[in-house]
Design a binder for this molecule. Structure first.
Ligand code: 2BA
Length: 111
């Protein structure tokens, strides 16, 4: 079967709803516990196999379910100019609803 592989990094909070909606539309998924390198916080990476031509339906479902969120974080400790003391600097980042890669597969088999 000619397959595409969708790899999606999503918020932990969206995973349950997302896998339920994917399942309802006939898409299987494998869930990996991952960590973002910038925030150093847990997120989830889903590997979703889809028949070629159906990958846009997978992306539509991800778009419907996954929300972006603002998250507080602190920058690495920065030296304060006046005192030379290292202080953490709070900042806000918008973590996207999902970071998605769509890959061609050479071969797909279930044994
Ligand atoms: P994190 O690496 O923990 O990044 C979380 C959020 O922090 C990012 O959201 C972005 O808004 C911000 N951010 C990341 N690097 C930054 C930097 N150098 N300066 C300022 N802000 C920065 P998203 O871009 O939506 O990414 C969410 C998660 O998706 C990431 O978590 C990472 O796990 C994954 N990701 C993002 N881009 C990726 C890529 N090119 N390849 C693989 N995974 C990626």
């Amino acid at each position: 079967m000619d397959m595409k592989l969708v790899i999606a990094v999503v918020h932990d909070e969206d995973v349950e709803e997302l896998t339920e909606q994917l399942g309802k539309s006939g898409f299987g998924a494998t869930k990996l516990a991952t960590t973002g390198t910038f925030l150093k916080q847990g997120n989830t990476t889903l590997m979703i196999g889809s028949e070629r031509g159906k990958e846009d339906s997978v992306l539509d479902i991800i778009r419907e379910v996954c929300r972006s969120r603002k998250q507080e974080c602190t920058t690495p400790l920065m030296p304060s100019g006046a005192t030379g003391v290292y202080i953490p600097c709070p900042m806000e980042v918008t973590v996207g609803g999902a970071t998605i890669f769509v890959l061609d597969t050479d071969r797909f088999e279930k044994i």
